[in-house]
Design a protein around this ligand. Structure first.
Ligand code: KIV
Length: 288
């Protein structure tokens, strides 16, 4: 498949998700059209209005208010403790901070596992109270009922298969998925199940590149890769990983595009040293 190149200046297609000229909010129809055009697109997580506004101005077309907020924003060591109240509050902030991006609210652990009716109640809350344009939930065949009811109720759903971090306690870690014939067949069944249930896109997390290339070829909905190789239609990263804000060791699939942790630490130290030395506030910062 050939992919159109769309940098903000290239002006190749006014409809492009990244680099296009349309300033209205992106919808799931635009996402479907991008797959038809064979266009690749980027997605980032966001958890607050200010950071989201930076990504919106940078042209990121889809933002996920991920339950990765557990690790990256709320100080937990997994996504499991994150609540629907927390996702709703932060999703509302991200919606307020953006004008163009499609905002996807993540359904946290415990907000849809009971069944389709519970999923509908939780997703409805995210749409009504936070104003998200779509929701995401984890699971392939096992979540197809939930996806079907949400889609039939007018709620666009992004599915998430491969490694599903809410199952960390069942996995006992974060292993690569889909390795071996049986696991690969299960992943293919999961991908088809979420497409058949009506999902508009599917995240493939920690899946061998060859397998996600096959899924991307077979599906008519876009695949969004994270640790799933270059052939996916879109790529997502957790913003704190992408920008070098996360402390400690990062997964191998992460590429750091900045050193935000160092920049922020240096700014805090420079401020502290000025205060201790009596160099801040200076005359121009003072009122008389
Ligand atoms: O919660 C999250 O940030 C996610 C992405 C990693 C896809 O689910």
């Amino acid at each position: 498949m050939t992919h159109a190149l769309n940098t903000p200046d290239s002006g190749k297609s006014s409809k492009a998700l990244y680099g296009g000229t349309s300033s209205r909010r992106i919808t799931v129809r635009d996402i479907a059209a991008a797959k038809q055009r064979g266009e690749k697109w980027p997605m980032l997580t966001a958890y607050d209005a200010m950071t989201a506004s930076v990504f919106d101005e940078a042209g990121i077309p889809v933002m996920l208010v991920g339950d990765s907020m557990g690790n990256c924003h709320l100080g937990y060591d997994s996504t499991v403790p994150v609540t629907l109240d927390q996702v709703t509050m932060l999703s509302a902030a991200v919606v307020r901070g953006t004008k163009r991006a499609l905002i996807v609210g993540d359904m946290p652990f415990g907000s849809y596992q009971e069944g389709a009716v519970q999923a509908l109640r939780s997703a409805t809350r995210l749409m009504k109270e936070a104003g998200v344009g779509a929701v995401k939930l984890e699971g392939g065949e096992r979540s197809a009922h939930q996806i079907e009811l949400l889609v039939n109720s007018g709620i666009p759903v992004m599915a998430h298969i491969g490694l599903t971090p809410q199952s960390v306690n069942a996995y006992g870690g974060y292993p690569v998925q889909g390795r071996g014939e049986e696991a690969a067949q299960q992943l293919l069944r999961d991908a088809k199940a979420v497409q058949d249930a009506g999902a508009f896109a599917v995240v493939l997390e920690l899946v061998p590149a060859e397998l996600s290339a096959e899924v991307t070829r077979i599906l008519h909905i876009p695949t969004v890769g994270i640790g799933a190789g270059v052939e996916c239609d879109a790529q997502v990263l957790v913003w704190t990983d992408m920008a070098g804000m996360t402390a400690g060791r990062l997964p191998r699939f992460v590429k750091q595009y900045a050193r935000m942790r160092e920049v922020l630490g240096d700014a805090a130290k420079a401020f502290a040293e000025d205060v201790v030395a009596g160099a801040y506030p200076a005359e121009e910062h003072s009122f008389h």
